[in-house]
Design a protein around this ligand. Structure first.
Ligand code: PEP
Ligand code: MG
Length: 585
């Protein structure tokens, strides 16, 4: 038995079998093959080598054309190596003798060669070692690119284990087969974690070397409440976790019973609790959990779940489906938030050096006006069918907002000319998730109809901590006084401009922060639907005065520890039995 600690990102406890998934340039998963699979693995190997050779030939030809014959010679070594019989036979033997997969054999044999070159202690040979690593990545990329279909081939319920999963891999998972997720990399508010929560899959990320320790088919326990993965558990541990699993399911079921009650404080203030969704079908879960509408629809999943960019009709179909399911409740559509960890990096020939500071979100949309226009047209058209609001993500300067609104105005005119119905009063909002926008909230408030605070990004950009990086996860502190200060000032700016302000970062669904957020003046919170009942429970246990008092006190603290301790104490005081599990240190 082995216990691996990670970061709890999606609640629930699952016992099941491991299913390893890999991606190129990352850790190659261990899998012992059946002796009857050797021929098939050899065939995969040869196909991958041939494809990599073709890539190199193309590269050599392009270099020759563009730079001349001399630089093109660099690739002769690469091309030769891929056809080198000694190397290829060594890889074949490793598969046939040790029953490992083709990717494992490639990784092993290429590394042997790299070590040999490195030991020669000369710069030329060191460069060759780098070339070999580059080739290894190329061949592995070919082999492990098949992992997508491996995931699709999953035929029995299993726990997906990976070094890293992309949000689109997570979104494309067969929910009837995947029962939990655990990865080596990742942080709590990374998009893969958000998708796991949306799918209701227990998940633990940031488990460091998990994918190396686990073998395909191993029995595992994934504890998404405490952030632990237990490999090959003994019978006593299994028994203990089965009991924990029952307790956790009972407590969630009890919370759900509140779904019919209103989210009203003890002093009578009505709070809007909305759901964050990635797919229209999640509206059902939002309603079942007693939500008031959709506060954030992450429409980039329309791109992430198909090969080609969505057409205007694809947009319309999704929006109309959500509107129908919502039966008159409001839908807040966020325009496409691609970039950073979502889609575009994988699509780029040359990934950005610093993608979270790169061409993401509204910047990406403005740089792709044709695609953006289709989306804006579809949103406007959908607004004729139900209460729709629209907001732009990651706005960092006023020009972006103005450009976005200008495009919207042009499209509105177009629709008028075409005689197509739309809501001329559709509210247009801004997500405040960058410090520059937070600091200039008053200016943005004058040009928008509402704000939605995106704390997942606001925390990362304010504290300079990558939200998806497990190495700095301990520094990702939503309770940091700088974040509290910025959030307060955004709410204040919205109030003085008399526009609505909601909060849709993961913080909205964490009971620890509910009193603080209410105390700051927020009356609309949008969260993963499953969290609505517990937040409702907090709201029904407090008065606004109590919350305002706490927010004032917290506003004078200098450290996140002080803030967190105060929030924890207050929550515990409300009802230690009910909220105990959310306030453990
Ligand atoms: C946020 O940044 O808080 C947010 C809600 O947007 P996303 O998590 O999709 O970046
Ligand atoms: Mg964001």
């Amino acid at each position: 038995m082995q216990i691996i600690k990670g970061i709890a990102v999606s609640p629930g406890i699952i016992v099941g079998r491991a299913f390893l998934v890999g991606t190129a340039e990352q850790v190659v998963p261990h899998r012992i093959i059946d002796p009857t699979e050797v021929t098939a693995q050899h065939a995969r190997l040869h196909a991958a080598l041939a494809a990599a050779s073709a890539e190199i030939d193309e590269l050599r030809e392009r270099t020759r054309r563009e730079l001349g014959p001399e630089p093109a010679k660099i690739f002769e070594f690469h091309a030769g190596l891929l056809r080198d019989r000694v190397l290829v036979s060594a890889v074949e033997r490793r598969v046939a003798n040790d029953f490992v997969t083709a990717e494992q054999a490639v990784a092993d044999q290429f590394r042997v060669l790299v070590d040999q070159f490195n030991r020669m202690g000369n710069e030329v040979f060191e460069q060759k070692a780098n070339d070999i690593l580059d080739l290894e990545r190329r061949v592995l990329g070919r082999l492990m690119g098949e992992e997508k279909s491996r995931l699709a081939q999953l035929d029995a319920p299993a726990i997906v284990i990976a070094h890293e999963l992309t949000p689109s891999q997570a979104a494309g998972m067969d929910r009837s087969k995947v029962i939990a997720i655990a990865t080596d990399l990742g942080g709590r508010t990374g998009h893969t974690s958000i998708v796991a929560r949306a799918l209701g899959l227990p998940a633990v990320v940031g488990c460091q070397r998990l994918s190396v320790e686990v073998e395909d088919g191993d029995q595992l326990i994934v504890d998404g409440n405490d952030g632990v993965v237990i490999l090959r558990p003994d019978s006593r541990t299994l028994e203990e976790y089965r009991r924990k699993q029952e307790r956790s399911q009972r407590s969630r079921a009890a919370m759900r019973e509140l779904s019919g009650h209103e989210a009203v404080t003890k002093c009578g203030a009505r709070i809007q609790l909305m759901g964050n969704i990635e797919f229209p079908e999640e509206v059902e879960s939002m309603l079942a959990n007693g939500g008031d509408g959709v506060g954030l629809y992450r429409t980039e999943f329309l791109w992430l779940t198909r090969k080609e960019p969505p057409t205007e009709q694809d947009h319309m179909d999704a929006y109309l489906r959500a509107i129908t399911l919502l039966k008159g409740k409001p839908l807040t559509i966020r325009t496409c938030d691609l970039g950073a960890d979502k889609y575009t990096q994988a699509q780029m020939e040359e990934p950005e050096r610093n993608p979270f500071l790169g061409l993401r979100s509204i910047r990406h949309s403005l740089a792709n006006p044709a695609e953006f226009k289709l989306q804006l047209r579809a949103i406007l058209r959908a607004s004729a069918h139900g209460p729709v609001k629209m907001m732009f993500p990651l706005v960092s300067n006023l020009m972006e907002l103005r450009q976005g609104k200008l495009m919207l105005a042009d499209i509105s005119e177009e629709l008028e000319d075409e005689g197509i119905a739309f809501d001329r009063q559709m509210p247009v909002g801004v997500m405040i998730e960058v410090p520059s926008a937070a600091l200039m909230a008053r200016v943005f408030a004058a040009e928008s109809n509402f704000f939605s605070i995106g704390t997942n990004d606001l925390v990362q950009y304010t504290l300079a901590v990558d939200r998806g990086n497990e190495r700095v996860a301990h520094l990702y502190q939503s309770a940091h006084p700088a974040v509290v200060y910025l959030a307060k000032s955004i709410v204040r700016a919205a109030r003085s401009a008399q526009i609505d302000c909601s909060l849709c970062g993961e913080m909205a669904g964490e009971p620890l922060f509910s009193m603080l957020l209410l105390g700051m003046g927020l009356r609309t919170l949008s969260m993963v639907p499953d969290q609505i009942p517990v937040i409702k429970r907090v709201i029904r246990s407090v008065t606004i005065e109590q919350c305002e008092h706490l927010a004032r006190r917290v506003g004078s603290f200098d450290s996140e520890r002080q803030v967190e301790t105060a929030l924890r104490d207050e929550l515990r005081k409300l009802d230690p039995d009910v909220f105990g599990q959310w306030v453990s240190e």
